[in-house]
Design a protein around this ligand. Structure first.
Ligand code: PHB
Length: 367
């Protein structure tokens, strides 16, 4: 075995936790594609995920898929997770991925106030959020009523039940990036004075109710992954928690509600989260909760999140070192895996020189 191969070895150790076993530490990061006309994932979507699974990805997290609420997504080609046709499409995705020995969880999503009035599908459906505020502070709609909260909580629960019924290996709840659940977590967008607002613990209540509803539906043994981030799509500098103590206050209620694995979204996995320690957000989350964690952020690339033009391939040394030190358990790979469906296999087989060069034009095919 060569030296080089030895350094990527931590990525290829099996992962065992009480509810989930994976062949290695690689996770396909959720990435919105908009290739599901009328919200229905078709054969091409199943083939896209199968291609990553058959090339050695340990766990696939699907692109965000809308729960059963009229304003859960923005865009007619974003897949949804309700209705017979969409769920049949997803069942086919699961079947194809399982055929080649892969594992897959859907990312359950509501975009909240990032939806613009008039967006497809359901152009008449208004955006909803804890206080009706966009991140800019602009008030666009009325704050969600308690009935609306209850409906959305129930819709997440139903989606979790459906995920289990059609054969998925778990679920991921999208609580990151400034979308609905994160809008409740974040003080700038949650100015409620009822039990869904207030201090950091009050602001977790919506997430807690969603996690509890999902847990009730799927039972004790089905993995629930919760994705969260400090940053928002329209504010990379935003912070939910400025100190480890604040982070602990935020995470503890989520653990108690039933989260099994945290997926900690950062734009660059190598950046320390708080002063005085090299730990990134995933590292801190593991330390504070004792739960397994997924790290993510420009793995294999030197460019920015959402930057496709400038990103270049980089060495995996820093990543595998953090993994070997147990700072985190799993590593999600986004753009690299979008670009090259064989990314995991090539890295595993020490064929890094064969990785497809990152380029925007080739990405258009998204095959
Ligand atoms: C996107 O469509 O660019 C997008 C969607 C969901 C995310 C992040 C980015 O969490």
């Amino acid at each position: 075995m060569t030296n080089k191969n030895t350094t990527t070895l931590p990525l290829f150790k099996a992962f065992e936790s009480d509810k989930l076993s994976l062949i290695n530490r690689t996770v396909m990061a959720p990435m919105t594609r908009g290739f599901s006309p009328a919200g229905v994932p078709g054969e091409d979507v199943a083939a896209y995920y199968r291609r990553r699974a058959e090339n050695g990805v340990g766990l696939i997290v699907t692109e965000g898929t809308g729960i059963n609420h009229p304003s859960s997504v923005s865009g007619a080609s974003i897949p949804v997770f309700y209705g017979e046709e969409s769920l049949n499409g997803w069942a086919q995705v699961v079947k194809e991925v399982h055929k080649v020995g892969g594992k897959i969880v859907p990312q359950l999503w509501h975009v909240g106030m990032t939806r613009k009035k008039g967006d497809l599908p359901n152009q008449e459906a208004l955006p909803v959020g804890p206080s009706g505020l966009e991140l800019s502070g602009e008030k666009v709609t009325e704050p969600m009523t308690e009935d609306e909260v209850a409906d959305i909580v129930a819709a997440f629960g139903q989606a979790a039940a459906d995920a289990k019924r059609i054969g998925f290996d778990g679920i991921e709840i999208h609580g990151a990036h400034g979308y609905l659940i994160d809008q409740f977590l974040f003080k700038d967008t949650n100015q409620r004075t009822d039990r869904y607002g207030g201090d950091i613990v009050g602001r977790t209540r919506f997430a807690v109710e969603i996690i509890e509803a999902c847990r009730r539906e799927v039972g004790p043994d089905f993995p629930i992954i919760f994705r969260y981030s400090q940053w928002k799509m329209s504010d990379y500098k935003a912070k939910l928690a400025k100190t480890p103590n604040e982070l602990e206050s935020l995470l503890q209620p989520l653990v108690e509600a039933g989260v099994d694995i945290f997926h900690c979204s950062t734009r660059r996995f190598w950046e320390p989260e708080f002063e005085g320690s090299d730990l990134n957000l995933a590292g801190w989350t593991k330390k504070l909760t004792g739960k397994p964690v997924i790290s993510v952020g420009s793995v294999g690339l030197d460019g920015e999140f959402t930057s496709f033009a400038s990103a270049k391939k980089t060495s995996l040394d820093g990543l595998t070192e953090k993994l070997a030190n147990d700072e985190f358990d799993l590593v999600a790979i986004g753009r690299s895996l979008l670009m090259d469906p064989e990314w995991v296999k090539k890295v595993r087989d020490n064929r890094e020189d064969d990785l497809l060069p990152f380029n925007k034009e080739a990405l258009q095919t998204l095959y």
